[in-house]
Design a binder for this molecule. Structure first.
Ligand SMILES: Nc1ncnc2c1ncn2[C@@H]1O[C@H](COP(=O)(O)OP(=O)(O)O)[C@@H](O)[C@H]1O
Ligand SMILES: [Mg+2]
Length: 219
C-alpha cells in the first residue's frame, strides 16, 4: 500500500532523517513513536507528498509520488489519504456535517447518506448542525476522524491525534480512530506516545537519530 524507500531529508545542513525505509501493507496499522523533534511529522508529511525530500522514494498504492506534478499529487492525496492532526484542523465556519462532507465534495462525489453514516459511526449523531466552537475537543477530533474516512481512503495518517485531549477522552477517540480504520480496511500510520494505542498496532516502530527501527509495544 505504502512503500518508503531509503528516504532522506535535510533542513539546511541538518538531517531530519536519513535512509528511512518502510512498507505498510493494505489494512496494516503501524504505530510510529520517537522523541519530539526527531522528524515524525516531517516523515508523515513526506508520505502524503506534502513535504519534499532529498533522496529516496515514496510509493502510494503503486504510484511513485515523487514523479507527480503538484496537481497530480494533490489529486492523489485527496483520493487515497485521510489525515488526522493533533490540532484537529476542523474548518471553523463550516458546521459538523459540512466539515465531514468536504472530502466528498472535493472529489465531486457528494453523498449525504454517507456523511450521516460516518457521523453516527463516530458517535456524533444529532450534532451535524453544530459549529466547531460548540464542540468539545473530543468531539472535534471525532469530526476529524469522520472526515478522514468519509471518502474511504486507502491510507490514514494520524499525527498525535489525541495529544490535545485529556486521557479519558483520548482513549475513546483513539478507540474510534482504530476501530473505524479497521472497519474500512484502510492502512493506518499513527504517530503517538500512547501505550494503549501501540498495543492495538500490528507493528510499532521508533524513529530516532539512527533511523527507523522496531520498538517493543510495551513502552
Ligand atoms: N519548515 C522547517 N524548517 C526548518 N526546520 C524544520 C521545519 N519543520 C521542522 N523542522 C525541524 O525538523 C525537525 C523534525 O521536526 P518534526 O518532524 O516536527 O518532528 P516531530 O514530529 O518528531 O516532533 C525538528 O528539529 C524541527 O525543528
Ligand atoms: Mg510532530
Amino acid at each position: 500500500m505504502l512503500q518508503v524507500k531509503d528516504l532522506s531529508k535535510h533542513y539546511g545542513s541538518t538531517a531530519v532523517f536519513s535512509h528511512v525505509s518502510l512498507d505498510v501493507a493494505a489494512g496494516e496499522f503501524v504505530a510510529l513513536m520517537g522523541e519530539s523533534g526527531v522528524g515524525k511529522s516531517t516523515l508523515l508529511n513526506c508520505m502524503a507528498g506534502l513535504d519534499p525530500w532529498d533522496s529516496g522514494s515514496v510509493q502510494l498504492d503503486g504510484v511513485d509520488v515523487g514523479a507527480l506534478s503538484d496537481d497530480q499529487r494533490a489529486a492523489l492525496r485527496r483520493e487515497k489519504i485521510g489525515f488526522v492532526f493533533q490540532a484537529f484542523h476542523v474548518l471553523p465556519h463550516l458546521d459538523v456535517t459540512q466539515n465531514v462532507a468536504l472530502p466528498l465534495l472535493l472529489l465531486g462525489r457528494p453523498d449525504a447518506a454517507r456523511v450521516a453514516a460516518m457521523l453516527k459511526a463516530v458517535g456524533l449523531e444529532g450534532l451535524g448542525a453544530r459549529l466547531p466552537q460548540q464542540l468539545s475537543g473530543g468531539q472535534l477530533q471525532r469530526v476529524a476522524i469522520a472526515r478522514a474516512l468519509v471518502h474511504s481512503p486507502r491510507l490514514i495518517l494520524a499525527d498525535e491525534p489525541t495529544g490535545n485531549l485529556d486521557p479519558e477522552t483520548a482513549a475513546v477517540v483513539m478507540d474510534a480512530l482504530v476501530a473505524q480504520t479497521r472497519l474500512h480496511g484502510a492502512s493506518l500510520v499513527l504517530v503517538t506516545h500512547s501505550a494503549a494505542a501501540t498495543e492495538k498496532a500490528d507493528r510499532v516502530l521508533r524513529l530516532s537519530a539512527r533511523g527507523l527501527s522496531a520498538a517493543s509495544a510495551a513502552v
